[in-house]
Design a protein around this ligand. Structure first.
Ligand code: SF4
Length: 56
């Protein structure tokens, strides 16, 4: 999923992935939306953010 990078945190998301293009200090995400995968995940560890993009 493509997301727009906002100039303010998405208040509904806490994220610690500081290598992501959308990451902002304070464990914020600047993406206007995210996608989480995969289907049929069995536990928390199996899930991840498909909107992640490496820092340019
Ligand atoms: S896009 Fe996903 S991985 Fe990147 S900062 Fe937002 S929630 Fe974290």
């Amino acid at each position: 999923m493509r997301a727009n990078k906002m100039d303010h945190p998405n208040q509904g998301i806490k994220c610690v992935v500081n290598t992501c293009y959308y990451y902002s200090s304070g464990d914020h995400c600047l993406a206007d939306k995210i996608e989480v995968q995969p289907q049929n995940a069995a536990d928390t560890q199996e899930t991840d953010c498909a909107t992640f993009a490496p820092k340019g």
